[in-house]
Design a binder for this molecule. Structure first.
Ligand code: ADP
Ligand code: MG
Length: 746
């Protein structure tokens, strides 16, 4: 099957299809891993594999310990994961992994058990040996996250053997351990009398705010008489409580101490020492107050009845929602007209809503595709337009769309301009091949469901969705101004900026000027970022996490206002809930997304920080021209010690806001604190900004879209698809049946 739209089948991951040689950032395609351990573990051992011997567990663990993804695992989880690994013999000369392999072949990590391997990279059709691997060496870590095509070939040079870890196994146990830990902490919290007045969702928030601290046997945890500001829960181990020299108590798993410190500075009433190695979950008052506000206030506050958010209820998936939507026929004329079109015939209807036919249109050049679907608001609009034309009344349940230029494409889809024939209204039509959508149907249904139900001036609105035999379609607002990446490419420039060095400082002379990239003016960025803040605030208030914020997904209308587009990864995540699927775009993903330990809408504030950085500097904060290796980029994202470099021309306020958004701990990130999005709106970078004016679209956009912004990209896009086969690749009856079943409710 041709998988050119599939986020899975992409061979050119990391390679940027359209790029601005002008800037350091390029268009990037989104990726997604499979769902973490949601399904039951059903790993079949390959034919030659055997179970790992228990005596090897320690060795394997010591080989894995330095990997990013293993660095934060507890002992029990690491043990469980290792004991699910299997052993695979590899003969001399055998190729274990092949450069470019994707799909199932790219879901495994290997630890060398015996023998020798060489790592080969193909460069310009010549194979280069770049490394060798022997006992204890590991490769393929990134495949535990998502289907990244193998970056090199690994072949055995002697008879050898490896231990194999499957992604599903890894993610299953990580998720299980997190769920376990969180529910434990929740139970703990329920048993702390001081916290009894917290509402359940407040406790859920606190659960995430705890940090783990490990004490060696004999170490002092708190000392009698000291002022304390930290509260402790014992996760593992045993502690002694002393008053003076006298032991007054012993504490074990799920015991807690020091909770008064959450109220105020108060001298500790006893000393606590670790008796064995002791793991505590801790929470300090500053974090508590940042997340929930002062505990005193909460205790005073009466438990108010939960305000039921009507909108949220409306947004929740409803099995029957699809049925209530008006259905009608859609006729797409000039289908695929942007590429050389030929008349062709397709088979007749197959599924419930998949009435597809084909006929040649007048010119004999364009193909018409009939679709059935849900037209929501479009029909309303048409009725208005058609009142005057009585003869068209029969056709009031038919929407005729004439396909025009290709507007853009993502990893999944193609987006074209379409004109509704009877009214002349223009829309954007997003088309997704079912064969590609099948790889992650959840995402497709979420996108459909969410875009249909949201209503915000800065979020793209869906007017209709429908399907034919091969494709799924969604009809959106047309955003003729391109996207923010187009703006960035148009605006980015090299500047010369004085940077004092040692010499100039010492001599007191002028600082030498350095060449560097600069993105948008701060005032221009401020308008865009502010619009996105409002959109994200709205989505989060409705329990939606966007999950794929980046310049390519922020679209621009004719006047220059922006809307969030591409809800392909958007997901409903209830307050306090979490989700595990690894998804997003390399370079933009948040640390909590990388680590696979569960996350929520916090990831959007992180990616807003990356986006703001990108807009201002025309570079990505964690990627550099030299470092494109996605695993290395993700290591930097997660590593607290890896410093983000801010260019000297960036204002102090902008630097401060970005660094608060790029806070690696989600509970401490601006946007996630008690004030939520308000904290961002009140940040000094927005001092004097007219938020109400923006929300009402009263303030003028700083930049009118220009034809030239996206002209080059679009012509390259059209060029890239010219001469492409018009027909969908042949599908077997079985595949078609599967599509029908899967997308019946679309
Ligand atoms: P994917 O989910 O495959 O990433 P997107 O929804 O992001 O697809 O669309 C891909 C590209 O198409 C966008 O980056 C943008 O350039 C263009 N595009 C998408 N929607 C519209 C629209 N409503 N109006 C104009 N261009 C659009
Ligand atoms: Mg996109």
């Amino acid at each position: 099957m041709g998988h050119e739209h599939s986020k899975y089948g992409e061979r050119d991951h990391g390679h940027v299809p359209y790029i601005a040689q002008k800037t350091q950032v390029g268009r990037a395609k989104a990726i997604t891993g499979n769902k973490a351990g949601a399904t039951k573990l059903d790993i079949k051992l390959p034919p030659k594999a055997t179970r790992t011997e228990a005596s090897d567990y320690e060795f394997i663990k010591s080989s894995l310990i330095n990997l990013l993804l293993f660095s934060r695992l507890d002992r029990v989880t690491a043990q469980r994961i290792v004991s699910e690994m299997y052993m695979l013999p590899v003969l001399a000369g055998e190729i274990l992994i092949q450069q470019g392999d994707t799909g199932d072949a790219a879901t495994k990590l290997f630890v060398v058990r015996s023998g020798k391997f060489e790592v080969l990279e193909r460069r310009k059709d010549v194979m280069f040996k770049v490394n060798t691997k022997e006992r204890g060496d590991v490769f393929g870590e990134i495949s535990l996250m998502y289907d990244c095509p193998r970056s090199a070939t690994v072949a055995a040079t002697t008879d050898a053997s490896v231990w194999v870890l499957e992604r599903d196994v890894f993610r299953h146990f990580v998720q299980a351990s997190v769920e376990d830990e969180k529910s434990q902490v929740q139970i703990f919290l329920n048993s702390v009398p001081l916290l009894a007045s917290l509402r359940p969702e407040e406790k859920m928030k606190l659960v995430d705010a705890f940090q783990e601290e490990v004490y060696a046997a004999g170490a002092r945890v708190i000392c009698e008489g000291d002022l304390g500001d930290k509260f402790y829960l014992i996760k593992e181990g045993e502690a002694r409580v002393l008053q003076g020299d006298k032991e007054v108590n012993r504490l074990f798993r799920s015991d807690f101490f020091g909770e008064q410190a959450l109220l105020q500075d108060e001298p500790r009433r006893a000393t606590v020492n670790a008796l064995t190695s002791l793991t505590c979950l801790t929470l300090d008052r500053r974090t508590f107050v940042a997340v929930l506000g002062p505990l005193q206030d909460i205790m005073k506050k009466e438990k108010s009845a939960e305000v039921v958010n009507q909108r949220m209820a409306k947004l929740r998936p409803q099995g029957s929602a699809a049925l209530r939507r008006p259905t009608a026929e859609v006729l797409i004329k000039n289908y695929g007209g942007h590429v050389a079109a030929t008349a062709a015939a397709a088979a007749g209807p197959a599924g419930v809503a998949a009435a597809a036919g084909a006929a040649s249109a007048g010119s004999g050049k364009s193909r018409q595709v009939m679709c059935d679907g849900h037209l929501d608001e479009v029909l309303e609009l048409l009725k208005g337009g058609q009142k005057m034309q009585d003869e068209h009344r029969d056709h009031s349940r038919r929407l005729v769309l004439v396909e025009g230029e290709l507007l853009g494409e993502g990893a999944f889809s193609r987006v074209c301009k379409v004109t509704e024939e009877s009214t002349g209204r223009v829309f954007a039509l997003k088309r997704m091949a079912k064969s590609a959508a099948l790889q992650c149907p959840d995402h497709v249904f979420c996108e459909q469901h969410i875009t249909r139900n949201i209503a915000h001036p800065f979020c793209l609105r869906q007017y209709a969705s429908f399907q034919d035999r091969y494709s799924l379609y969604m009809l959106f607002d047309l955003m003729p101004g391109g996207d923010l990446m187009d703006v960035l490419v148009a605006e980015a420039k090299v500047i010369k900026y004085p940077v004092p060095d040692k010499n100039s400082l010492r001599k007191g002379c002028l600082a030498p000027k350095m060449k560097m990239w600069q993105g948008l003016e701060e005032s221009m960025s401020r308008f865009y970022i502010a619009s996105i803040v409002l959109a994200l605030e709205y989505l989060h208030d409705n329990s939606i996490a966007f999950r794929d914020l980046k310049p390519e997904n922020v679209l621009i209308d004719a006047q220059g206002y922006v809307k969030l587009g591409d809800f392909g990864f958007a997901k409903m995540v209830e307050t306090g809930g979490r989700t595990y699927t690894f998804c997003g775009t390399p370079g933009y993903v948040a640390p909590e997304n990388v680590m696979g330990r569960g996350y929520n809408h916090s990831v959007d504030w992180w990616t807003l920080g990356v986006l703001m950085y990108v807009l201002l500097t025309a570079r990505q904060p964690f990627t550099s021209p030299k470092t494109q290796d996605p695993m290395e980029v993700m290591r930097r994202i997660v590593d607290e010690r890896w410093p983000i470099k801010y260019p000297p021309y960036m204002s102090e306020e902008a630097t401060d806001l970005i660094s608060k958004l790029l806070e690696r701990k989600p509970v401490k990130r601006i946007g996630m604190l008690q004030g939520k999005a308000r904290d961002i709106k009140q940040h000094p970078w927005f001092a004097g900004f007219d938020w109400e004016g923006l929300a009402a679209r009263r303030i003028d956009p700083p930049r009118k879209p220009k034809e030239s912004d996206s002209a080059k990209r679009k012509s390259e896009l059209a060029e890239a698809h010219r001469g492409e086969p018009k027909e969908p690749p042949p599908a077997t009856a079985q595949e078609m049946a599967e599509w029908d079943r899967m997308f019946r409710d679309f």
